[in-house]
Design a protein around this ligand. Sequence first.
Ligand code: M6R
Length: 365
Amino acid sequence: ELGPYSHFMQKEIHEQPKALSDTIEAVLDAGFCPALFGDRADTVLRELEGVKILACGTSYYAGLTAKYWIESIAGVLCDVEIASEYRYREAWVHPKHLVVTISQSGETLDTMEALKYAKSKGHCAALSICNVAESAIPRASELVFYTRAGAEIGVASTKAFTTQLVALFTLAVTLGKLRGRVDAAAEAGYLEALRHLPGSVQHALNLEPQIKAWSERFAPKNDALFLGRGLHYPIALEGALKLKEISYIHAEAYPAGELKHGPLALVDQNMPVVVIAPNDALLEKVKSNMQEVRARGGELFVFADLDSHFSESEGVHVIRTPRHVGVLSAVVHAIPVQLLAYHVALARGTDVDKPRNLAKSVTVE
Ligand code: M6R
């Protein structure tokens, strides 16, 4: 079942080009159209005035990434909240907001209860982005987009995450089209970006030997800091979660601009700092944040792309993806942080597929 791989996590990381192609296929065939989200989607997506995303764990980080796309591409207000918080507060539910739940398993109790809570408070429509057909959350939702990642066995979510990102990107562009913000030329560009995505992810997977070489440096550490800005901030969060979950190294993620508001005090030579720094509009800002880290003796491990023009120097290690892939760069940069966590866990000898204290599907509180 594992084929040439040592663990399900490694297998599932490497299945991402296929999982993405399978998920993208319907979009490439149909273009960005409401029917991808179900028969009733046209009216719902046309009439909504905002999007409320509810999810847990890695699925929540997919939601945080989506906020950037939905607000910038579609011009639609988008709020993202952890399901276990939302379900227990006196939330104000806007009847014209679409509630979007994201769940690999479709059975996460907190996400299901958050959905029920939203429905009990307002007459809002619900869209489920889910990887398991006929599970509880899609059954309770009017609209559904099934990711086609295939069964995910490793407790650490990998291919489910990147396919969720594709689903959410598709939602953002579809909403943008319905609102007249995405014209035919822009749509063609977004389709082209999706078409190239599996290939770019494969290029990122090819970096595995270099990432493995870094893992030896992380294995003896107790803490790590992950930094990113904009669309790459949620990827930093995801990288920190993956590392905590399977290697048991304490890791935190911050938007790089927040460094000087507190976390910079943690930085010294014992704190490896991972930076997600592709060539996007915030790169220069990220570079100046990196200098702040170096000035305090922090060792930098930078995931960049060829266009970021980084060079290695004392205390600055760089791994580059072959080129900048624009709006989908966050999806490509999820790969190196997954591989880093995997190889650090291997180096520490933890149980990669079944980390202590965790379950694949969290159906209890
Ligand atoms: O099945 P779900 O997507 O609803 O699961 C949500 C989280 O429990 C899950 O993403 C968890 O954080 C993963 N173990 C992360 O790798």
